[in-house]
Design a protein around this ligand. Structure first.
Ligand SMILES: *Cc1c(COP(=O)(O)O)cnc(C)c1O
Length: 338
């Protein structure tokens, strides 16, 4: 099984998103091992393309990529300053007064950023907390102030304008660089861009960036092919029975490889020569069964993620989002980069 990752598509998508936010710094969000695609390869390529600001979720992720980046690149840690964490060479995005005071006590004079909550109620200081520490924080000189949109992938959602207004109000006269938009916010237009935007899923070829170049192709190897008679079952739970004499190919990955079990009997296909053949029966831990009756010659490999079945199509079929399809692709694959 082979996971092919197109680094040039990722950098092209970063450039395409940058073109939509002229004048803003375009940070690259590389948390969760660059959305499962391999930070060790993705991060240096994005630096080469011009990215200088990076975001990770955890300090440990930041420490892993710090040696890959020259000193003029900044690595921001979204979980902020957790107790006992080594933040050498990293910039914590401080989410609460408690994190702020801890950080100033442990890292006086070191760079930090601030996250404000503008309505998502997940991370960041609330208005009253911010009001209480704002003057002191601003005197310390945060690198930037950010917030995060809950509904940016739905352009007409009223929460977007409400969060934008709250962010403007909370950052009035701060005179510090601001950042509100992730991929969805970049596409909402210039009101949302401020001085820095944070590109994530769109770089990796996912919605809501509909014009993104796909960055992933996943092919699985055919281990065995068999002919089953009409009426015979295939797979765990006997959930699928052949309605006609059927040729079944068994390929070499399953839900342990992040191919969600919800794709069983979902309409998902495996592709050969640009044509799709239905996945039948349950997705097992290490195996998937495919109805290849219509194929004259069963190939060595079939594709699960490809131009004909991109990550967001699979996400629809599995009842999830492209983000989860990507980050579920774990380590068992042989990866190739081009
Ligand atoms: C993950 C994340 C991003 C990137 O979001 P995308 O939708 O993938 O572009 C940006 N900002 C924050 C705070 C995030 O958690």
């Amino acid at each position: 099984m082979g996971l092919h990752i197109d680094i040039s598509a990722i950098t092209a998508n970063w450039n395409a998103l940058a073109a939509k936010a002229p004048g803003a710094r375009v940070a690259a969000v590389v948390k969760a091992d660059a959305y499962g695609l391999g930070a060790a390869r993705v991060v240096p390529a994005l630096y080469q393309a011009g990215a200088r600001d990076f975001f990770v979720a955890l300090a440990s992720e930041g420490r892993a990529i710090r040696p890959l980046l020259p000193a003029d690149a900044t690595i921001n840690v979204l979980s902020g300053h957790m107790e006992g964490e080594d933040l050498t060479g990293l910039v914590p995005v401080l989410n609460s007064p408690a994190q702020y005071f801890r950080d100033r006590a442990m890292r006086p004079g070191q760079p930090f950023a601030i996250q404000l909550d503008t309505g998502m109620n997940r991370l960041g200081m609330e208005a009253a907390e911010w009001a209480a520490v704002r003057a002191e924080v601003l005197a310390e000189g945060p690198a930037f102030i950010m917030s995060h949109l809950a509904c940016a992938d739905e352009p007409d959602h009223p929460a977007n304008a409400a969060q934008l207004a709250a962010f403007r109000k909370m950052t009035e006269r701060c005179n510090v660089p601001r950042s509100l938009a992730a991929t969805g916010g970049i596409l909402l237009g210039p009101d949302y861009h401020f001085e820095m935007v944070r590109a994530g899923i769109g770089m990796y070829g996912g919605l809501p960036f509909a014009d993104a170049r796909p960055a992933v192709d996943l092919s699985l190897r055919v281990i065995q092919t068999r002919d089953v008679k009409a009426g015979e079952m295939v797979g765990y739970g006997a959930t699928w029975h052949a309605e006609r004499d059927t040729r079944i190919a068994t390929v070499d990955a399953g839900y342990a490889d992040g191919i969600l079990r919800a794709l069983s009997s979902s309409g998902a296909k495996m592709f050969a020569g640009g044509v799709g053949y239905p996945i039948v029966g349950r997705v097992s831990m290490d195996l998937i069964t495919v109805d290849v009756t219509e194929l004259d010659v069963v190939p060595d490999r079939m594709h699960l993620i490809c131009d004909q079945q991109p990550i967001d199509r699979l996400a629809d079929l599995a009842g999830t989002i492209g983000y989860e399809i990507l980050t579920a692709l774990r380590q068992r694959y042989q990866r190739t980069y081009r």
